[in-house]
Write a protein that binds this ligand. Sequence first.
Ligand SMILES: NC(=O)C1=CN([C@@H]2O[C@H](COP(=O)(O)OP(=O)(O)OC[C@H]3O[C@@H](n4cnc5c(N)ncnc54)[C@H](O)[C@@H]3O)[C@@H](O)[C@H]2O)C=CC1
Ligand SMILES: CC(C)CC(=O)C(=O)O
Length: 365
Amino acid sequence: MTAHPPLRIGVLNGDDIGHEIVPAAHAIAAAAAQACGLAIDWRPMPLGRKALDELGHTMPPGTLETLGTLDGFILGPIGHQAYPKVPEAINPHPILRKSFDLFANVRPTRSYPGLGCLYDDIDLVIVRENNEGFQPDRNVVAGCGEFRPTHDTTISVRVITREGSRKVARAAFEIARARKKRLTVVHKNTVFKLGCGMFVEECYEAGKEFPDVAIEEVIVDTFAMKLVREPQRFDTVVTTNMFGDILTDEAAGLVGGLGMAPGLCIGRGDIAMAQATHGSAPDIAGKGLANPYAMIESTRMLIEWLGRRRGIPAAAEASALMKAGIDAALANPATRTPDIRGTGTQADMTNAILSYMETHAHAPA
Ligand SMILES: NC(=O)C1=CN([C@@H]2O[C@H](COP(=O)(O)OP(=O)(O)OC[C@H]3O[C@@H](n4cnc5c(N)ncnc54)[C@H](O)[C@@H]3O)[C@@H](O)[C@H]2O)C=CC1
Ligand SMILES: CC(C)CC(=O)C(=O)O
């Protein structure tokens, strides 16, 4: 019997491989929840190209209002680059992140030896500022965006605020405190003296609340090099939006590629969004080759986060059961996808996780 009100979680497939990996993540999380007595009220919702074709908009009216009533949601990758150039075909990402003030994109990188990792001992988290910087965003935060004042000149505006920097820095310090108590601030204040300069100042300000966490600074180009040569040196990293976008893909490349790059977008509010780092991979969509790990692990992170925030022990149990199932599937080449040295399909991997969880439901490893 469950003593908590059901968690309300939205399920938004997104585009292309999103229609394969989001249902996989949903099925696995639902099975783990059921096995552990965690009540979840799942709310599938239309979004993306399918919503445009069927309902006339990539983000149908009422989407934000409905999401606002939920505890969290799973967002599949969005193939916005291929959308037709019509006003109804907006990229929902920036709006979703900003509407719910999901200012910290928490992206872990972890080695699973034997899966094509360049090192067997990487375990780091990059916390990417999610709502400022260069992201063109339909003015949800005034000022971000691109402008073309004349035919021959384009201006891309990068917005950094004290509040935005302080918020993401605090989130990163909290994560660092729960890990190895080391935070690396990545920036380029040697050139962007005002923008990166403000970001770094606010990281030090936030650090005053976390005297037990050691803080270091690394310039972004040097960090990109060090990440390749000695990633073990890093534990928790915080950086601005665009640097984080690029560096998290680089980090994914160290551990088998984008299929191994999960993420959870969080803020100060009570809602969080599970979102893998990768895009909609149209080149492999419909072929059964998409690695569902990143989406499943992002969903596991969401359940763990909700359980911690709401004080629901069954959520921690469901998360542990999912993790054990994921580890078991990854350990067997026949039940992992070709991008990580496997011979299996997306369905093989999903079924292997489901069947492990069914067998081990009462004794997660
Ligand atoms: N967060 C998001 O929703 C993002 C969306 N995009 C969008 O996605 C579309 C495709 O963009 P791309 O530049 O091709 O980036 P992408 O991340 O979709 O794909 C890059 C490469 O990684 C592979 N890949 C990605 N995810 C994989 C997975 N789970 N398993 C196995 N292989 C995987 C793809 O097959 C491709 O070769 C575009 O419309 C782009 O704008 C791109 C990045 C992030
Ligand atoms: C449109 C962007 C928000 C896509 C992207 O690269 C990302 O932030 O993950």
